[in-house]
Design a protein around this ligand. Structure first.
Ligand SMILES: *Cc1c(COP(=O)(O)O)cnc(C)c1O
Length: 320
């Protein structure tokens, strides 16, 4: 909100990635403040490649002439070409806001290109791959700094949450340590191994793989909805979320897919051997999504695995 309202007025036009194609609610969805306050338009994926269709973004930008181009996603597994977005924005005179909420841990360790050279504003949460407290952050070019400060206070917030600010400082210090880069590299290696394992079992991994910490699977060919897969896996001790897949025909409360990410299992110290075990379990559950006895059996095995990888032993805080 601060990034938007520092330079935009209600009624201005924004162009962001469609929620249904991997974007975030706050990038112009009609149910979010961003779609209510602003005139919002949405871009999406090439249906063949399931990658962002940059040519279509250019065309749409020329048609709707946004004052701000919003870049970033919640369910997109590939490298985003920030330079290309900057060219598109420049061609129509739009500001660029890049929201790296999901990938900020990868960006700060150099494992995903940085948007900083190309963006007027970069926003992020601090609780996803950055592995800090539930909070957020706005960065901007110096020329926007005063406007951002003013819209934060008195525009949007009251007093600061000093306990959360302190927790962010701890997270940033952890992110500067060499161990944090090693962690992010393992997050990526684990995500690639998981995606590859599913591809070998004939699953439709959206876009055919991943460059990040997550990926989507379209379960249409497996005869199970996202909702049913989520609840069968939940009963099996494996927590992930149902997710709309590109051009999903099911409603958002059902969906045809799931989203899988590796930051948490990697924090517990799991590696490639455990990823292949996870593929086997998830595949078994999806193939037998109504077999409650099987789910209970796998839940016991999952608990035993987690017992071998307790969360606190691998925390960078204990090694610092
Ligand atoms: C998660 C996320 C946010 C913030 O959502 P929270 O509900 O605060 O976690 C913002 N933008 C993007 C792209 C996200 O993925």
């Amino acid at each position: 909100m601060a990034a938007y309202l520092s330079v935009l007025k209600p009624g201005d036009t924004i162009l962001g990635m469609a929620l249904s194609e991997g974007g975030h609610l706050t990038h112009g969805s009609k149910v979010s403040f961003s779609g209510k306050i602003f005139q919002s338009y949405a871009y999406g994926l090439n249906p063949e490649t399931e990658l962002i269709d940059y040519d279509a973004v250019q065309k749409l930008a020329e048609e709707c002439r946004p004052r701000m181009l919003v870049v970033g996603a919640s369910a997109y597994s590939r490298i985003i070409d920030f330079e290309r977005f900057k060219h598109i924005a420049d061609s129509v005179g739009a500001y660029v806001l890049v929201d790296i909420a999901h990938i900020s841990g990868l960006v700060v360790t150099g494992l995903h290109p940085s948007p900083v050279p190309y963006a007027d504003f970069v926003t992020t949460t601090t609780h996803k791959t950055l592995r800090g407290p539930r909070a957020g952050m706005v960065m901007c070019k110096a020329e926007h700094a005063n406007a951002v400060d003013k819209i934060i206070f008195p525009g949007l917030q009251g007093g600061p949450l000093m306990h959360v600010i302190a927790a962010k400082a701890v997270a940033f210090q952890e992110a500067l340590a060499p161990e944090f880069k090693a962690y992010q590299q393992q997050v990526l290696a684990n995500a690639k191994a998981l995606a590859q394992g599913f591809i070998e079992r004939d699953y439709h991994v959206v876009s055919g793989g991943t460059d990040t910490h997550l990926f989507l699977m379209n379960l249409n060919s497996k005869g199970v909805t996202g909702k049913d897969a989520e609840s069968a896996l939940d009963a099996s001790g494996i927590i992930l979320n149902k997710n709309a897949v590109p051009h999903d025909e099911r409603p958002p409360a059902v969906t045809s897919g799931v989203r899988i990410g590796t930051p948490i299992v990697t924090t517990r110290g799991m590696g490639l051997a455990e990823m292949s075990q996870l593929v086997a379990w998830i595949d078994e559950v999806i193939q037998h999504s109504t077999d409650r006895r099987l789910h209970r059996r796998i839940a016991k095995d999952v608990k035993a695995l987690c017992g071998r990888f307790p969360i606190f032993q691998t925390s960078p805080l204990t090694s610092a």
